[in-house]
Design a protein around this ligand. Sequence first.
Ligand SMILES: NC(=O)c1ccc[n+]([C@@H]2O[C@H](COP(=O)([O-])OP(=O)(O)OC[C@H]3O[C@@H](n4cnc5c(N)ncnc54)[C@H](OP(=O)(O)O)[C@@H]3O)[C@@H](O)[C@H]2O)c1
Length: 281
Amino acid sequence: MTKTPEIAVTGATGQLGGRVARRLADRGAAQLLLVRDPARAPQLPGASLARAGFTDHDAVRDALRGVPTVLMVSASESPDRVRQHRTFVDAARAAGVGHLVYISFVGAAPDATFTHARDHWHTEQHIRASGMGFTFLRDNLYADFFPALAGDDGVIRGPAGQGRVAAVAQDDIADVATIVLGDPAGHAGRTYDLTGPEALSLQEVAAVLSRTTGRTVSYHPETVAEAYRSRAVYQAADWLVEAWVSTYTAIAAGELAPVSDAVPTLTGRPATALADLLAPS
Ligand SMILES: NC(=O)c1ccc[n+]([C@@H]2O[C@H](COP(=O)([O-])OP(=O)(O)OC[C@H]3O[C@@H](n4cnc5c(N)ncnc54)[C@H](OP(=O)(O)O)[C@@H]3O)[C@@H](O)[C@H]2O)c1
């Protein structure tokens, strides 16, 4: 007989939510995976499935009834992501969820340089106002994606100047999320900045990528005007180009540089360095 889920997880078809769902299954947790496409959900012991996107208020509410704790992985970036998040939060509240663990972003603020970080601040505010218990996991950039920063020519281009970034490994975030989900009351009202163990300049990132990936990678610090010009070829929407460019200007502004001790404090082991994450096994 399937046990009543004690935790619901969104984003389980993706990288981060999938990592958390697997860890919870390894711990024998009864969990509900809230997915948009059940055919793509991971098959895990102790996991049941419900189909609901963030904007399906009633489907989310019905699926979450009786589930005390929810991991909310932020939705894919879009111009109306905050509205999607608000709908999900309202539905969770209507279902009687007691605690929401939300995947946020370091330096979330209404005027954050990285435009996506503003969405996270607005979402956090809505969660705070909902009256549910919460824990915010404010992640730095995902170190796992750093190999993709370099173009086909091996050059990382962006207006980051000599700024530094304390990127975090998704496995470290998943470890922290699993710990928090196992004891939500112990982390109620807390905001944790999740970073790697060091802040690297993009020149240093390029050197790590060269050492670990076998291709020669370098960093070219663009001006902001150059950055918009070099991305024009993609013919992407303005909000998306602004987000891409502001990833780098946020680094230049020092907003992604602070190193937090939350990963080692919560997991009892050091945060993963970029070089170790990318080292060939
Ligand atoms: N810190 C960073 O560097 C960084 C970088 C990229 C993204 N992010 C944020 O972190 C989140 C997790 O990263 P990831 O690597 O796990 O991304 P991912 O592999 O793309 O997974 C995103 C997951 O969220 C689900 N999802 C997206 N929009 C949704 C919606 N409107 N309603 C319900 N489910 C939705 C997706 O479901 P489907 O499979 O149905 O699409 C998928 O399971 C991203 O969604 C994004 O908000 C952070």
